[in-house]
Design a protein around this ligand. Structure first.
Ligand code: GLA
Length: 389
């Protein structure tokens, strides 16, 4: 029996039989380079993965929203009402589903009937591979198909971000939702977050594989310093604007930023802003390097990204630093860095195919020795965006 059939059985067990039962999938994502640039008007370069979130759904005649996740079986079926949606801590993971339905209602997509909805995620929870954005975009896809809405991927990513910002209360940028909603197999999306202009770049890593290392240090954006970093960048930009009008940190080259740093009052904020400016420029250069088939430069820019996130942005921590610094020492590694928000979560490395086994063994051993518990590794593939199965 395949996975979808198994999930449908669980769905019927929990929600009852009858009606039209549909199956969906939305991927997770990994960002190759361009970290903490998306709320600074800079560029990002993420791709969707073949792991993600499965959803089984059925429209209801009333306005009840009934959700069940095979990842949180002990929570049972969590019930709310699409006519009365508010963030409730006890509603746990279903707040993302509720948030998206609420955001759709706010943005002119009237969800007036309820749903029975079962989810099953294959992304490790809290790993920083965007299990929450995957759930948001999955919910968008379910709603779009069930209610016959005309919503494209860019609109869906805006709705997902709006739900996360205004309903869940995390001030995230648009990268995760965009990477997932617009995912394309074997491609990464080079997105300018200031304009939402984007292009796909083929990822031909001939003879290399993308290896994700999970530090297993759980992180949640809600309780991380994510919102604080964002406001430090905003304060730096406001200081710069007292001297010269600048639309975002992403609008500056490193040389332009250099001439304006004296305007930023807090030395910590100078470092935060310097990361945002340099990381954006690095991302532009990295995509160019990839287009020129210069994988060596691409890898070095990944390494430089980590150094900047470690020293200027300070979002790595001992777990990610140990893992990435061990990765740099291994044979056949083109580049390695933390990926996602940081503060735990995952690293991404580009590793020569024949070195992958030794890489996982060595980095895993060093990590366990120094940190005291094991890391997990996944060799991933770049997959497509959300779809009905
Ligand atoms: C999280 C956020 C994204 C982005 C990254 C850091 O994943 O959801 O919007 O800011 O962190 O690059």
């Amino acid at each position: 029996m395949n996975m979808v059939e198994d999930l449908k059985k669980v769905f019927i067990e929990k929600m009852g039989d009858g009606g039209e039962i549909l199956a969906f999938f939305a991927p997770g994502r990994v960002n190759l380079i361009g970290e903490h640039t998306d709320y600074n008007g800079g560029h990002v370069f993420p791709c969707a993965l073949t792991i993600g979130t499965y959803g089984i759904a059925r429209k209801r005649a009333d306005s009840k929203l009934r959700c069940y996740s095979t990842n949180f079986e002990s929570l049972g079926v969590i019930e709310s009402d699409v006519k009365d949606l508010a963030y409730k801590k006890e509603d746990d993971w279903t707040n993302y589903v509720k948030g998206v339905i609420w955001a759709c209602q706010q943005k002119g997509f009237p969800v007036d009937c309820g749903l029975d909805f079962l989810c099953c995620g294959t992304i490790p929870n809290k790993s920083g591979l965007s299990s929450s954005a995957s759930l948001e975009i999955l919910t968008c896809k379910v709603i779009t198909d069930i209610f016959n809405f005309d919503m494209d991927g860019v609109e869906a990513s805006k709705i997902g971000q709006y739900a996360e910002n205004e309903f869940v209360g995390v001030n995230c940028g648009i990268m995760d939702q965009f990477a997932i909603a617009m995912g394309k197999a074997d491609h990464a999306a080079f997105l300018d977050t200031a304009t939402l202009e984007y292009k796909y770049a083929p990822i031909h890593l001939d003879g290399y594989r993308i290896v994700i290392g999970n530090t297993n240090k759980a992180r949640k954006l809600e309780d991380s310093k994510y919102n604080e970093r964002r406001s430090q960048c905003e304060t730096a930009l406001a200081d710069i604007n007292k001297i010269e009008p600048v639309s975002s940190l992403g609008a500056l080259t490193e040389a332009q930023f250099d001439e304006l740093t004296y305007a930023i009052k807090d030395p910590v904020n100078i470092r935060r802003a310097r990361h945002a400016v340099a990381e954006n420029q690095r991302t532009i250069r990295a995509v160019q390097a990839l287009e020129d088939n210069d994988l060596l430069t691409f890898g070095r820019l990944m390494n430089a990204s980590h150094v900047s996130l470690r020293d200027d942005y300070e979002v790595t921590g001992i777990e990610l630093d140990t893992m990435v610094e061990a990765a740099w020492q291994q044979d056949g590694v083109l580049g390695a860095r933390m990926t996602g928000a940081g503060f735990g979560g995952c690293s991404v490395s580009i590793v020569k195919e024949e070195s992958v086994d030794a890489f996982i063994e060595n980095v895993g051993r060093i990590y366990k020795e120094r940190i005291g518990y094991a890391a997990d590794f996944y060799v991933v593939e770049i997959g497509d965006g959300p779809r009905q199965l």
